[in-house]
Design a protein around this ligand. Sequence first.
Ligand SMILES: [Zn+2]
Length: 581
Amino acid sequence: MDSPANEMTPKKHPARLGLKPWALLVLGVLVSLGISYAAYTLAGYSWSQVVDYKSPFTSMPTDTFTGKRPPLSIAVPDATPRRVVLVLIDGLTDAASRTMPSINALRKRGNDVALTVPQPSLSYPAWTTILTGAPPNVSGVTTNWYEQRVAVESLFDVAAGSGRSLVVAGPTDLDTLFGVSTIATATALTDWPEGGYITNTIVDDAIRLADENAADFIFALFPDVDEAGHGYGAGSKEYADVVAKVDADLERLIEGVDDGETVFVVLPDHGHVATGGHGGWEDPVIHTSATFAGPGVKGGSSTALLQDIAPTIAVLAGMQAPQYAAGLAVDALLADPNGRAKDADFVRAIGFDLAYARTLNGQAAIKDISSLGSASDLAQVTADAEAARLKADRADRLPMALGLSLAALAILGVIGVASWRALVAALAGSAAYLVVYNALFFLVHRFAWSLSAFNEESQVQAFFNGRMIEAVIAGLIGCLVAGEIYLLFRPAAKGTRHGFTPGWLSLGVATALAIQSILGLQVAWFLWQWGAKTVWRLPDLRWGFKYDLDLIQMTALAGVAILGPLFTYLVGRFHPRMAKP
Ligand SMILES: [Zn+2]
């Protein structure tokens, strides 16, 4: 890298003067293009590691993983087989649920459960967690692009296997994911609405099927509230209107199927941000509420994770919980243990948690366990195993992350050796880049590092394209700032008309490389913390989102390595100071 003033050019070898600055310039552009390509490749790899995540838990035989259990056909001892109606209202926020007289009436005679949704707060992963008790890292369902049969047992499998008359009404997705048309006694499946309202039809179907089949496990999924959330936002009148319509239909369903001995469970998969969208970690998205009412339900309020819902329903229904449920029946909302149902769930949970811990962290994870008496004991076992595995993985990844950091620092070092003023200018240009890029991201667009940033899946590509264009714009502004700052430190600098063209061009490349290096340091941090490969748990998706955006920016900055030199050249050519002869 040569400086605009050629300060490093050896005076003794004037013959080399012409070629070396140009060679450094070309080398700098090539390095930037190489970084861009590597970042692009890593972004694609990391994205598909999450989207096409393969659960290590479902890839081993179930008996090996969780151990054998009694066949579903054998009734849980002393348990009352209660009739259950489970209603999933897609995209219903806690606030909206409190405007619904139907749900408020259930709350009054039942239990109001503060619910936390795991990441990513997308529909398929959350439906799967509700119906199987398995969070995304266990079920393998990490996005709405999962279009095959879920690999873990569901409440549908358990209900049908336990001899219950199971009826299912809702969108056809339920067949793709859970194979309900082959499992259930009867189903009524409808295409996902595009503009139309289908909750009324789903309720009609559910009431009719329940009646025709003397159903004792009734499941209905209402998609319309989520559609309104995406279309207008959870803060809109349109959303509130659809919530009111769904409320009337839910009331109709409850009246239509209640025989006085039915357990009602109503809950959403996730909420929505006020402007519409979910997938991330925002409070109204991940903090929702479930309502339980009916025999076996203790009044009051409680807290639960989404993965606790399936085991809790299983205990209330007097059947076994799905085999891969990572959750546990919620004690605080159970009026009684329903015979041996609660004990059976606890025994199952011990088996699951020990297998989970062993899978994560080897035999050592379960070596020191003498007694497991409570839910918190079990939570501790899994938390310890997860922490130990994470610690070991981070130790493994540290050399790679340090190597990457050193490479990033080495690029800055080379620029500094060529010209410390160019380094200072490039760093100032980088600071300008960070200010402009992040001001656009956070202040102008009001985005966050969250999957809720794209309201519809169709917006994903446009979202990333938009960030790449803005990265280039911010980078070019950074180049202009770098030119200005360079002149600040070198008042006597000569311009392009004085033979310093390669130096001024190089300042643009140096700025692009400096920004890429600074982003590279942040990427190195993420790779140490969470790794590019997703093996046994998903990365923190908030940081993962930032990491992917950092890589996207590093990719786009090749455009600045190519266009930026033109901008710094213009400073060297037309800056008022260069006008002087
Ligand atoms: Zn949605």
